[in-house]
Write a protein of this length. Structure first.
Lengths: 151, 421
């Protein structure tokens, strides 16, 4: 039986308690809402761009420990990344988190995101872990008028 | 009943009258272990567990009684029909409504409400009319009325609630008018545990000639129901919340309305005769039971009623009330807990939030200890909006829960506080 200790890694608890880049950005280039009506997780992601480089990224809102820490870790990883790199990172993250718990993980591609590998054991929480990422992607694609939901 | 039950009667029903150990033995699932912990099942408002007697009734039906009802001359069909109709009578008796033909089997509460919304709504609701519901309804007692109002260009009116989670009856009194065609209200709130003053609600509506539907999904498992005394026009509930199987429920309706209402669905069993020119409908209750009914689960629901009757719904209510009081006090001793739903008259629901932990994280950590609670909006999003919370954690009590289990819940919540703060 999988333990929730694997889910609530120290890093996750720390980001939940002290979320990084947790503020409403003044004059962002992208503002996009991510909303899970079923859990009530609700975040807004803000991004400032310099051509195709994400110069600044922040978020605010409320949600469970998994969704909040995932948003927080995401912001720390995306700053300074090119759009293509951000897309690639999401692709690796998404593949890992939706894979079978016994599948091997290419840690070199995921780095810090490895702390979320425990989520694989708890399929209902995948939507929590990916909410901010889906919102970010939608922002980069220019769909700011459409709030994102991972239900 | 519950808190408002005659206090002296409650006092007379001491715990010694209630053999909790014997009752627990009747529910095999309570022996399940999860992560090395015995199951502590505190999600009874979502669904209740089934006693062996109900499981046996299902097995017995498929082993000895299975046939289609109301047709066929063979002995098995007659046997199945008798058992199906016996179940109807038992349930009618249990709710103290002597006329079985007013009791219609449905798939559950949602199905029953949709039946009334479609059929009664079709006949009686016109443009500009009003339907009254309350702020604390389950989505199943909101959306069917919303859909009806959209179809008919009618208006949905919502009785507000106070900070304790009680209906504001003064507002309700002002809302009743000749434009209102139905009041649809829950007996007990699934998200808050509030027991609503349905007797007053019905009486006030009737003074204006307005019929009332009571959603009893959270009431039937927790208190004696007396439909004769209640005098409502429709009463609905689900089998799976009252220790019966899923997929079966009931609609009680006053024959005065049922006779006049068009059928909900067409098909076999609901007809008297069919030609391509004209079909005449069957009498009550069959007019509203199109197609082969859920025979096995209806019989098993009858078995659940047989199981509950000798124990006594008043005893179950008293037991749960004591647990609720015990749990409420214990919860309030935990740092950062906010109870959502603090009505004076309350059934066994403990809905709460914690300062540092989201309900889903609470539910997840409790699950590791084998404690099953619900986390979310409980299909009552307007309640969440009213209390300005995205979700709550909810421990809901059943007849087999114990003080020890409440203690385990409390200990686990202390652990949650430790992890997240």
């Amino acid at each position: 039986m999988c333990s929730t200790r694997a889910l609530y890694e120290e890093v996750i608890l720390d980001h939940n308690k002290k979320p990084r880049n947790f503020y409403k950005m003044e004059h962002p280039d992208h503002t996009i809402e991510g909303f899970n009506p079923l859990c009530g997780d609700h975040f807004t992601i803000y991004m400032k761009m310099n051509k195709d480089i994400i110069e600044e990224v922040s978020f605010d809102g409320a949600g469970c420990a998994i969704s909040k820490s995932s948003a927080s870790v995401m912001t720390t990883l995306l700053k300074g990344k090119r759009v293509k790199e951000a897309e690639k990172l999401f692709e690796h993250f998404h593949r890992m988190i939706t894979s079978n718990p016994d599948e091997p993980i290419d840690e070199s591609k995921l780095g810090k995101l490895m702390v979320f590998s425990g989520v694989r054991e708890f399929p209902v929480r995948i939507k929590c872990a990916t909410l901010a990422w889906h919102a970010m992607m939608s922002g980069l694609e220019g769909h700011e008028d459409r709030p994102v939901t991972t239900e | 009943m519950a808190v408002s039950i005659k206090e002296n009667r409650m006092a007379a029903l001491t715990m010694s009258d209630y053999d909790i150990e014997r009752i627990r033995k009747d529910f095999p699932i309570l022996n399940l272990e999860q992560s090395g912990h015995r199951l502590v099942y505190l999600d009874n408002a979502a669904t209740s567990q089934t006693p062996q007697a109900v499981i046996d009734a299902l097995v017995h039906y498929y082993t000895h009684e299975n046939a289609n009802v109301h047709r066929g001359v063979h002995f098995l069909s007659q046997r199945a029909t008798n058992r199906y109709e016996e179940a109807r009578s038992k349930i009618a008796h249990f709710l103290n409504t002597p006329v079985g033909c007013q009791l219609i089997f449905t798939r559950g509460t949602t199905d029953a409400i949709n039946l009334v919304a479609a059929s009664y709504g079709e006949r009686h609701v016109q443009e500009g009319d009003e339907i009254i519901i309350s702020y604390m309804e389950h989505h199943s007692n909101i959306v069917p009325w919303q859909m009806l109002c959209e179809r008919k260009n009618a208006h949905l009116k919502v009785i507000p609630i106070n900070d304790a989670g009680e209906l504001i009856m003064e507002d309700y009194a002002r809302m009743i008018s000749p434009r209102v065609k139905l009041v649809a209200i829950n007996h007990v709130s699934n998200a808050l545990g509030t027991i609503n003053p349905v007797e007053d609600i019905i009486q006030m509506a009737h003074e204006h000639g307005v019929p009332v539907l009571v959603d009893g999904a959270q009431a039937v498992p927790h208190m004696p129901i007396n439909l004769k005394k209640l005098d409502c026009d429709f009463y609905v509930f689900s089998g799976h919340k009252v220790y019966g199987p899923t997929g079966i429920g009931c609609l009680y309706g006053n024959a005065k309305f049922l006779n006049d209402m068009p059928p909900y669905q067409g098909g076999g069993d609901m007809i008297m005769s069919v030609t391509f020119e004209k079909t005449t409908y069957n009498s009550l209750p069959y007019k509203f039971e199109a197609g082969t009914p859920n025979i096995a689960d209806a019989i098993a629901l009858g078995a659940a009623i047989d199981y509950l009757t000798p124990i006594g719904m008043d005893r179950i209510a008293a037991h749960e009330h004591q647990l609720l009081q015990y749990g409420t006090e214990a919860l309030q001793s935990i740092k950062g807990i906010r109870l959502i739903g603090t009505a004076k008259n309350k059934a066994g629901v403990l809905s709460f939030t914690m300062e540092h932990a989201h309900p889903h994280d609470i539910g997840q950590l409790l699950d590791e200890k084998g404690i099953a609670i619900r986390a979310g909006h409980h299909c009552a999003q307007p309640v969440m909006q009213r209390f300005n919370v995205p979700a709550t954690a909810r421990a809901s009590l059943g007849m087999y829960n114990t003080r020890d289990e409440i203690d385990m819940l409390i200990e686990a919540l202390h652990h949650v506080n430790k992890v997240f703060s």
